[in-house]
Ligand binder design. Structure first.
Ligand code: IMP
Ligand code: MG
Length: 203
């Protein structure tokens, strides 16, 4: 059974249990397999650090779902540094590092932990299109946030960049666990929990 760390006021409650995650990763792999068919020329591109846990689970689920022979590449994006999203925030700079990736597959599936305002996914998708112009590029996110009050910029990005595959839709709160962090903490939690945003605001 999943339990929150004891006496930690920075976490509010568990939102998605580890059993729910495991079931969904399996069914998501089947959805992905149904789109690509028996095509084995697939490279999954995980965005560090947040997607690391989802990426490795998804790779094994894809293998079990009947997609052997995929390749795995990790790239790095940093969006929020060690702070969390501020209220009223509109634009975020995304730093990308492809870490020497040299992808030869014609199918590229970008894998990220969460689609929030869309800055990260749009930046990596555009970069991949530029680097691999002939590739068939799709996107998969473990979580998709339903934004309560998106800025005009975020709303436009979210309209243009919708993930092709989504694990769960979540409310507009800061979530942690299963690779996702708040100030570099909680990536190791086997479930998704809601953080108390107040505890992570700077200043
Ligand atoms: P976006 O660029 O606003 O879509 O934000 C996406 C990136 O910010 C993700 O790849 C995450 O690394 C991080 N992020 C956004 N929301 C959360 C959250 O609720 N918890 C942890 N990380 C988040
Ligand atoms: Mg990320």
């Amino acid at each position: 059974m999943d339990v929150l760390p004891k006496n930690d006021p920075r976490l509010e409650r568990i939102l998605i249990t580890s059993d729910e995650i495991s079931d969904r990763v399996t069914s998501l792999a089947c959805e992905i397999r149904a789109v690509y068919g028996e095509e084995s020329d697939l490279c999954i591109v995980g965005i560090l650090k947040g997607a690391s846990v989802f990426m490795t689970d998804l790779a094994r689920a894809l293998c079990r779902a009947g997609m052997p022979g995929i390749t795995m590449v990790f790239v790095r994006a940093s969006t929020y540094g060690d702070t969390i999203k501020e209220t009223g925030e509109t634009v975020r700079k995304v730093k990308l590092d492809l870490l020497g990736a040299n992808i030869r597959s014609k199918n590229i599936l970008i894998v990220d932990d969460i689609l929030d305002q869309g800055f990260t996914l749009s930046a990596i998708e555009e970069k991949m299109k530029q680097e691999y112009p002939g590739a068939n590029i799709k996107t998969c996110v473990f979580l998709k946030k339903n934004l309560a009050h998106p800025s005009d910029e975020a709303a436009a990005l979210r309209r243009k960049y919708q993930a092709d595959f989504t694990g769960f839709e979540v409310e507009d709160r800061w979530v942690v666990g299963y690779g996702l962090d708040a100030g570099e903490c909680y990536r190791e939690l086997p479930y998704i929990a809601i953080a108390n945003e107040e505890c992570f605001r700077h200043g």
